[in-house]
Design a protein around this ligand. Structure first.
Ligand code: ZN
Length: 223
C-alpha cells in the first residue's frame, strides 16, 4: 500500500508517463488456511487496485497490483498490470516464446515511433507462428497458405496475414516508401488479432470445453 504514482504508457500522450494515484482499495485476500487461526502463518495472495490519472493529459488508469506474502514475515508484489485502458485481449502467457518475443519487439517499436522495425517484427512474428505450428512451404506465403489448409487460420485471417507479409517485405526492400504510423498501427493490430485467434482464444476455448465436459460428468454422477 501507499503507492502515490505509477509509471505507465499513456495511449493519449503516446509516451511513458507518471500517473498519479487518486484512489485505491483492496480486492480481498485468498489463502489456503483451513481456519482463521491457521491464517497467521499461512501464505496468502491478494490484489490491490489503484485508480490513477496521467499527469500530462489526465487519462484515467486502473492498475492491479498482485501480492504474495506470509503474515508478519514478508509481502512482495508478484504482478502489476494495467486493466484499463486495455491494451488488448491478447493473453501473453498463451504465446509460444519465439512469437511473444517478436510481438513484444513489434509493440515496443511502435511505442517508440519506429514504424519500419514495427512492421518487420510483425512479419517475423508470422514466421514464428508458422514455425511453431509446423507450417510447410519454402517461403512465408506458402507457409501461410499451409496454416490455412491445416485449419489454424480461416480465409479472412489468411488475407490479413498476406498483407502483413507484403508490408513487411516492402519495409525491408523499399527505401523510398516510408511506413506511416497509421499503416504500422493497422499491421500491429492485424498481427495481434491473428495471435488472439490462433493462441489466446483457442487456448481459452479448450479450457472452456474441458470445464464444460467436467461439469457434465459431475452432474451425470449426481443422483
Ligand atoms: Zn497522458
Amino acid at each position: 500500500m501507499g503507492e502515490s504514482s505509477f509509471d505507465v504508457f499513456c495511449p493519449k500522450c503516446n509516451i511513458l508517463v507518471e500517473a498519479r494515484v487518486i484512489a485505491e482499495g483492496h480486492g480481498g485476500f485468498r489463502s489456503n488456511a483451513i481456519n482463521p487461526i491457521d491464517e497467521v502463518d499461512t501464505d496468502y495472495h491478494g490484489d490491490l487496485y489503484f485508480v490513477c490519472l496521467c499527469r500530462r493529459c489526465s487519462q484515467p488508469f486502473l492498475i492491479r497490483q498482485s501480492l504474495y506474502g506470509i503474515p508478519g514475515e514478508f509481502e512482495s508484489i508478484t504482478d502489476e498490470s494495467v486493466l484499463y485502458p486495455t491494451e488488448s485481449k491478447l493473453i501473453q502467457e498463451t504465446l509460444p516464446k519465439s512469437v511473444k518475443i517478436a510481438y513484444d519487439q513489434a509493440a515496443r517499436s511502435f511505442n517508440a515511433s519506429l514504424f519500419e522495425p514495427c512492421v518487420l517484427m510483425c512479419r517475423k512474428c508470422l514466421e514464428a507462428v508458422c514455425k511453431t505450428l509446423g507450417a510447410q512451404g519454402r517461403d512465408l506465403s506458402k507457409r501461410l497458405v499451409s496454416l490455412s489448409e491445416a485449419g489454424h487460420i480461416d480465409s479472412r485471417l489468411l488475407s490479413w496475414a498476406h498483407e502483413i507479409r507484403l508490408v513487411g517485405n516492402e519495409a525491408a526492400h523499399e527505401m523510398e516508401v516510408p511506413v506511416t504510423q497509421e499503416d504500422a498501427r493497422d499491421i500491429l493490430d492485424f498481427t495481434e488479432a491473428i495471435l488472439i485467434y490462433v493462441f489466446s482464444l483457442t487456448n481459452r476455448f479448450d479450457s472452456f470445453k474441458a470445464r464444460r465436459t467436467k461439469s457434465d460428468t459431475e452432474e451425470g454422477g449426481m443422483p
